[in-house]
Ligand binder design. Structure first.
Ligand code: ATP
Length: 362
């Protein structure tokens, strides 16, 4: 019953040439993905991009149209879900309502034939790990949503799975609970060293929790990288816009280190602009947190049109030509620029990122 491993640390979990078609709809185009042992990788993308389909193929709930799923070099594709030694947590409401928290966690252990003594040992360890010792005897309806998801996580981990699969486990929870449990999942994942595939459509969640992020777009991998890569160096306009780099503008290459933004009085200098031929259509992305405003001249001339206090930052709207830019400033900087005031916007190298415009997949 036990799946033998080669002990490989890289390419531990591999989706090889996986595709899935439903009738004429290609939910996944042939794609490759591999996780190192102990890594947490997120599948991030909008509704319908294929992330759940990919997760379910890895889990063994769906069979792929082409390709294989390998774990430590072993082909799992013919194995049903129950034989894959993977733990799963779904969006919500997956606990057995007629069993206590403790019996929910014990359930999977009984099924896999773990001894009573070993079950008790694991239960103690898991309830300590999720910080819910006092709630062991409660039924799901006596637990909050966040507590229920902790129990679901403990249940998934009880079998000591080789892979943990999490399908939007936080999306049914309130904002604060969601943030806490996000950090909690990450901590538990690190402590147990469980190789994890996590599905979400929430970019902030993906950036915060992952070792690496897979951004998916219409059944393809648009980009695979560390959270910082994805945020700082988006590979396509789709990734830049989905991962929430606000301020996307149409622009034109000039053939040198500057680009032109229609409606702006002067071209702007942007790192990487030289690689594009004169006249090429581009997208310019400006990061709100890297824009600097000053009262004098020297940058782009604009005017503050709105200001919203968001706690740790203040978000300003700045009209530049026909564009409204979003600039996130610290409290003291923001205070210096009242609504209605003329400002000059400076683009540091970190603030701007330029990409070729057009379809993400030519
Ligand atoms: P969501 O976040 O909305 O669940 P997703 O990124 O997880 O979206 P999938 O559920 O994987 O996306 O769906 C990918 C595509 O496959 C969609 O076009 C969907 O309509 C289609 N699809 C998924 N399951 C089936 C099915 N059982 N039969 C037919 N089409 C399906």
């Amino acid at each position: 019953k036990h799946i033998e491993t080669t002990g490989a640390e890289t390419n531990y979990l591999v989706a090889e040439n996986i595709s899935k078609t439903y009738g004429s709809n290609m939910a996944l185009t042939p794609l490759n993905l591999s996780l190192d042992k102990g890594e947490l990788v997120t599948l991030l993308g909008p509704s319908g991009c294929g992330k759940t389909t990919l997760l379910r193929i890895v889990a063994g709930f769906n069979s792929p149209s082409t390709g294989r799923v390998l774990l430590a070099g072993r082909d799992l594709t013919p194995l049903p879900a129950a034989k894959r030694q993977m733990g799963m947590v779904f969006q919500a409401y997956s606990l057995f309502p007629n069993l206590t928290a403790q019996d929910n966690v014990r359930f999977g252990l009984k099924v896999s034939g773990v001894s009573a003594a070993e079950s008790d040992r694991r239960l103690n360890k898991l309830f300590a790990l999720i910080g819910l010792e006092e709630a062991r005897g409660r039924y799901p309806h006596q637990l909050s949503g966040g507590q229920q998801q902790r129990v679901a996580l403990a249940r998934a981990l009880a079998i000591e799975p080789q892979v943990l699969l999490l399908d939007e486990p936080l999306s049914a929870l309130d904002a604060q609970v969601r943030l806490n449990l996000r950090d909690e999942i990450r901590r538990v994942q690190r402590e147990t060293g469980t190789t994890t595939l996590f599905v979400t459509h929430d970019q902030e969640e993906a950036l915060a929790i992952s070792d690496r992020v897979v951004v998916m777009d219409r059944g393809r991998i648009a980009q695979l990288g560390t959270p910082e890569d994805i945020y700082r160096r988006p590979a396509t306009p789709f990734v830049a816009e989905f991962v929430g780099t606000a301020n996307g503008l149409d622009a034109l290459a000039t053939g040198d280190e500057q680009i032109e933004v229609p409606g702006w009085s002067a071209p702007v200098r942007v790192e990487g602009a030289r690689q594009f031929a004169r006249g090429e259509r581009l997208r310019l992305y400006l990061r709100p947190e890297e824009l600097r405003l000053s009262a004098g001249a020297g940058g782009l001339s604009g005017r503050v049109t709105d200001k919203r206090f968001l706690g740790s930052i203040t978000r300003l709207s700045v009209q530049v030509g026909e564009h409204t830019l979003v600039a996130d400033l610290q409290g003291n900087e923001a205070a210096a620029h009242p609504v209605g005031e003329a400002v000059s916007v400076t683009l540091s190298p970190l603030a701007a990122h330029v990409l070729r415009a057009g379809p993400a997949h030519p």
